[in-house]
Design a protein around this ligand. Structure first.
Ligand SMILES: Nc1ncnc2c1ncn2[C@@H]1O[C@H](COP(=O)(O)OP(=O)(O)OP(=O)(O)O)[C@@H](O)[C@H]1O
Length: 262
């Protein structure tokens, strides 16, 4: 089991500081949500965690190891990602796309072992896309692609899973299926989510980003208050609870008196 700890992380794009001093802890097996308005830096932060963007300051440790000091192969053994956008012009089959998740566990150009084949088959089945295994990835719908990319991430068998808007493109049932699947496996999960109710239902800790900084964090019922939602998102929220749980449920509506801007 593996924790993920970000300390005072800064990420700069070009000359623009986009993430400015974010500290975040995902304990081993924890389910951490990142919410925040468009452009608040969620994807940029997660890109630093799956090493697509370098740190301009701070540190990220995975299971106590300095993520940015690891080889790419070792880092990919520890952190798997479902990014928000992935090139969709890969002319590969669904099976081949999911099998890419095995790369960090294999020698270059090595053939798949029986175990690789079993892991890929299992990942496709869990993501609900085993029936698509022979299809070209480019011919899939947006939601089908998303689930195949989830299968690729699952096949990676990393103890930390980073999800950037994983429910984009998914119908409601598949939203529940995906989040239920990734949050029930004991994996450490960090997910950027736009849907506050999904964040509340599936995460045990939520970080709220605004303008590249954490403005609040804690259990969803402590953090996702009407005051915070109004302040950060500029909308009104009525908070109820999901029966039988301590997860808040937000009924959102346009702010009385018009939108506020940040
Ligand atoms: N390659 C880039 N070049 C210039 N600016 C960028 C680049 N990538 C991101 N940004 C800017 O950085 C800021 C944060 O973007 P980011 O994608 O991290 O936000 P986000 O919180 O994930 O937003 P969203 O909810 O819209 O997905 C935005 O203002 C964005 O325009």
């Amino acid at each position: 089991m593996t924790s993920l700890i970000l300390r005072d992380v800064h990420v700069t794009i070009g000359t623009t500081p986009v993430v400015t001093g974010v500290s975040l802890t995902a304990p081993s097996g924890g389910r951490v949500g990142i919410v925040g308005p468009n452009g608040s830096g969620k994807s940029t932060l997660l890109r630093a965690v799956y090493r697509h963007l370098p740190l301009a300051g701070g540190s990220i440790t995975v299971g106590g190891e300095d993520l940015w000091a690891l080889t790419p192969r070792r880092a990919a053994q520890l952190v798997a990602a479902l990014p928000q956008e992935t090139r969709s012009d890969f002319d590969v089959t669904v099976w081949e796309m999911a099998a890419m998740g095995r790369t960090p566990h294999k020698r270059p150009f090595a053939a798949d072992t029986e175990r690789d084949v079993a892991v890929v088959a299992d990942a496709l089945a869990h993501a609900g896309v085993a029936h698509l295994a022979g299809r070209r990835f480019t011919t899939l719908s947006g939601g089908e692609r998303q689930r195949v990319l989830l299968a690729r991430a699952l096949a990676q068998q990393a103890p930390v899973l980073v999800l950037d808007e994983p429910t984009n493109h998914l119908d409601v049932r598949h939203q529940f299926d995906l989040l239920g699947l990734v949050t029930s496996a004991g994996t450490t999960v960090v997910a950027a989510l736009h849907d506050l109710n999904l964040a509340a239902a599936y995460c045990d800790h939520v970080y709220v980003l605004a303008a590249g900084r954490v403005v609040a964090d804690g259990p969803p019922y402590e953090v996702l208050t009407p005051e915070l939602v109004r302040e950060v998102f500029g909308v009104d929220a009525h908070v109820t609870s999901v029966p039988g749980t301590d997860a808040p449920h937000l009924i959102l509506r346009p702010a009385a008196g018009g939108p506020t801007t940040r």
